[in-house]
Design a protein around this ligand. Structure first.
Ligand code: UTP
Length: 289
């Protein structure tokens, strides 16, 4: 029987070249989506899925991430003194309990597979989640909660997928399914950026996974793949030879904050969804059109 998914790996050490110059001094995942950093949404999603420990894989110059998840006595004290309880609650909402977050330096951005491998000692011998923090999911229940629940049903490895926009499947990592009944289907394989017309499905890998710890020895011996990087997909393809993988077409929408237009779309979408400021955001956006 598979064990519970308690830990999540968040690889944030990429260079974020597509959102430069914004990501030059601010880590990409600390850029704001409307009223809070991208990572604030990701942590909220992870917690909703029952994650108890977040392992960040960071690079140089990303100390702002660690600082964001630490107490800030000056700011909190000033807000307390001024009686600004609502802002204080927002500042504190993302804080972990001491010991619930780890930060590991990747030391060189050798690829997503290498980043995940850097978490091996902290994850140990249990199933774990991977959350690509560029990908913001608008979903209820939270996207990772749906993935973890699928893992509770069928065990093994789970990959969240979503239909690619019409005619766009060749731009993504696409899953190949044994058959398609409902939303949770056993996988046969996956293809990175298939040539147009050769896509095995229209479902793209959207950035939430539950993986078994047997991925680590495979990552250890994984050579460089596409783009000269150590690819997570190559190690997953190896693991698929010995363990089941299921694709979950989760209920929700992904916003790719890794490029400028995706980040703009996320800003607009999450502003419109904001519980108290959504209506004002709508009026502000309308006034620009
Ligand atoms: P991306 O390729 O989308 O991110 O990697 P990037 O490298 O930051 O983006 P560009 O292309 O330069 O704009 C997917 C995720 O994997 C992480 C990234 O931070 C991102 O969250 N990653 C990638 C690492 O942590 N380490 C790596 O060596 C590569």
């Amino acid at each position: 029987m598979d064990r519970r998914v308690r830990k999540a790996v968040l690889p944030v050490a990429g260079l974020g070249t597509r959102v430069l110059p914004g990501a030059k001094t601010t880590p990409k995942n600390m850029l704001n989506v409307f009223d809070r950093p991208i990572l604030s949404y990701i942590i909220e999603e992870g917690r909703a899925a029952g994650i108890e420990h977040f392992v960040f894989i960071v690079g140089r110059g990303q100390g702002a991430i660690e600082d964001y998840f630490d107490a800030s006595p000056e700011i909190e004290g000033a807000l307390e003194a001024k009686g600004k309880a609502d802002i204080l609650a927002e500042v504190r909402r993302d804080l972990p309990e001491p010991g619930q977050m780890s930060f590991v330096r990747q030391m060189a951005p050798l690829g997503l597979g290498h980043a995940v491998w850097c978490a091996r000692d902290i994850i140990g011998d249990e199933p774990f989640a991977v959350m690509l923090p560029d990908m913001l999911m608008a979903a209820a229940p939270a996207a990772l909660a749906q993935v973890v629940s699928a893992h509770g049903q069928v065990g093994g490895n789970i990959i969240a997928v979503e239909p690619a926009p019409e005619g766009q499947a060749h731009k993504y990592g696409i899953v190949d399914l044994e058959g398609q009944i409902g939303r949770l289907n056993r996988m046969r394989g996956m293809v990175e950026k298939p040539a147009p017309g050769t896509e095995p499905s229209n479902l793209f890998i959207s950035g939430r996974y539950v993986l078994q710890p047997e991925i680590f020895p495979l990552l250890e011996k994984q050579g460089k793949g596409a783009g000269g990087e150590i690819q997570l997909t190559d190690a997953m393809a190896e693991l698929m030879k010995i363990q089941p993988f299921h694709a979950l077409e989760y209920d929700g929408v992904t916003y790719d904050c890794g490029d400028k237009i995706g980040l703009l779309r996320a800003n607009v979408a999450f502003a419109l969804r904001h519980p108290s400021l959504g209506q004002m955001a709508r009026e502000a956006i309308d006034s620009l059109l």
